[in-house]
Design a protein around this ligand. Structure first.
Ligand SMILES: NC(=O)c1ccc[n+]([C@@H]2O[C@H](COP(=O)([O-])OP(=O)(O)OC[C@H]3O[C@@H](n4cnc5c(N)ncnc54)[C@H](OP(=O)(O)O)[C@@H]3O)[C@@H](O)[C@H]2O)c1
Length: 249
């Protein structure tokens, strides 16, 4: 059988109520995984749930920045063979407008909650041997943009955290990797579009030799990282950018 399948694997997907997380949940269910999806918005999470292939899935409404939601989630999640951390926010600010509150707003979702989730999952022994952890990072972690101090910083911190997981859990065969994505068409992309002029966005998009990404582009790479096909891959970041970082356009 192909090593790319996800049969007999139970995978938790955060941020599954929208965009990349929704597509990841759908695509991994198509590859045979049992999926546990989580998000805050009940209507949109249920919409994702209805789109999952096969049965044996579970949905948990939770704000991952809320301590009691997180604890409740840890209690009800089954033993996991993988986690895909898709929950995240993007809030661009020029440095002079940054405040403690704004730092907290971004870092609580994009970094703290994901670290806390991993701490609680491992403390409660909810990870099976050979499990695979995937974080959805951004090319801005290594290639920051103006206004991206908080977002780029939070993703850079996440990439370091992923490497520490790889080092602390390799004896159990547990792997951890990141996907650094460039622009992908999701509601987050629409939010960026509202915050920049159409000209700025068009100019940016024209720099992608293969066009901007689709959620399925991220989901397909996630399948690889969750599957046994990537059993020799850990502590690294896969860049998915449609050729944007080549810089030749
Ligand atoms: N789109 C891009 O161009 C792009 C590029 C690089 C990296 N990424 C990363 O990919 C990930 C997904 O982005 P996306 O484009 O799919 O964004 P999106 O459509 O805005 O989805 C964000 C998801 O995060 C969840 N979320 C946010 N705050 C949360 C909280 N406190 N508790 C629980 N869930 C929370 C949202 O849940 P609710 O809606 O239910 O609140 C939603 O499901 C993010 O980490 C983002 O940084 C995106």
């Amino acid at each position: 059988m192909t090593p790319f399948h996800l049969q007999h694997k139970t995978i938790l997907v955060t941020g599954a109520s929208s965009g990349i997380g929704q597509q990841v949940a759908i695509s991994i269910s198509e590859m045979g995984a049992n999926v546990v999806i989580t998000g805050r918005n009940e209507g949109r999470l249920t919409d994702t749930f209805k789109k999952l292939k096969n049965t044996n899935h579970q949905q948990i409404i939770a704000d991952i920045t809320n301590e009691s939601d997180l604890q409740q989630m840890i209690k009800v999640v089954p033993m996991l063979d993988g986690i895909v951390h898709c929950a995240g926010v993007v809030k661009p600010f020029p440095i002079k407008f940054i405040s403690k509150e704004k730092i907290k707003e971004t870092f609580t979702v994009n970094y703290e909650a994901q670290v806390e989730l991993m701490a609680q999952i491992t403390r409660n022994k909810k990870l099976n041997k050979q499990a695979s952890i995937v974080f959805i990072s951004s090319i801005s972690a290594a290639h920051p943009h103006k206004g991206g101090a908080l977002y780029a910083g939070s993703k850079a911190a996440l990439e370091s955290f992923s490497k520490v997981i790889a080092l602390e859990f390799y004896t159990m065969g547990i792997r951890s990797n990141c996907i650094a994505a460039a622009m992908v068409k999701t509601p987050m992309y629409e939010y960026s579009e509202q915050n920049a002029s159409k000209e700025t966005m068009d100019e940016h998009i024209n720099k992608y030799p293969l066009g901007v990404g689709k959620p399925t582009d991220i989901a397909n790479a996630t399948i690889f990282l969750l599957s046994d096909a990537s059993k020799w891959v850990t502590g690294t970041t896969i860049t998915l950018d449609g050729g944007f970082l080549l810089g030749g356009m």
